[in-house]
Design a protein around this ligand. Sequence first.
Ligand SMILES: Cc1cc2nc3c(=O)[nH]c(=O)nc-3n(C[C@H](O)[C@H](O)[C@H](O)COP(=O)(O)O)c2cc1C
Length: 243
Amino acid sequence: MKVLAINGSPMMDKGNTALILTPFLKGMKEAGAQVELVYPGNLKINPCQGEFHCWFNTPGKCFQQDDMQTLLPKFGEADIWVLATPLFLDGMTGPMKNLLDRLIPLLEPCLELRDGHSRHPLRDGIKQGKVVLVSNCGLLEPDNFDSLVEHIKAVCKNVNRDFSGALLRPNGPILRVFMDMGMPPEDILEAARQAGYELVKSGSIPPACLDVIGREFIPLEMFIENANQHIRQTLDKIADSGR
Ligand SMILES: Cc1cc2nc3c(=O)[nH]c(=O)nc-3n(C[C@H](O)[C@H](O)[C@H](O)COP(=O)(O)O)c2cc1C
């Protein structure tokens, strides 16, 4: 089974998204999957120019000579796409969106009726697999992810893939705090690993794993107090260093 994972965080492997993504991919590998992890931050992927050359002039191929030339076939072959992005203004990061826009060559221009909706079919040879979302955000409430999850579900319908679930970690930076204190949140890391293992082995992610990944660390009032304290200390430190 082929897995293509994209980590759209500008912090790449040093970021909070990677804290959940890394054990998730480890579990997938342990279950026998062939996993490739790609960082758009390391690649040259231009925005789509909206010319529709990939539909009419050079079917299935974008005219832009950048790293999408080698990445696009991998999307077409992968059984599972893992789309990992921190929440940026209630959505995915810019590099992740640029990359997803560039998937349009995988689709035929002519429309079909699918589940009562007009859709573009996948081109011949393009796999109809699964998609998993991995995300974390700064704020505490799980509903911060609602718009991102809805967007990814809509993308799945658009590109004819099954949405297999989302590993969502609100208040993601708190994981980093505990890691730096030498107290890794073992239950969360293990739940992410198990989620990856089970998705490959049994075809679905146990809901209990998702609950643990998103579990509460601290109550809302304490979160706001701690966050403000940290922000004020950081501002003071920077102001002091400039004096
Ligand atoms: C430009 C920008 C926009 C952000 N927007 C949100 C947001 O809308 N909601 C939220 O809860 N966190 C938001 N965050 C916080 C990030 O989601 C959070 O810092 C996350 O842990 C970053 O993950 P990373 O280390 O993998 O990049 C934003 C951060 C940045 C830099």
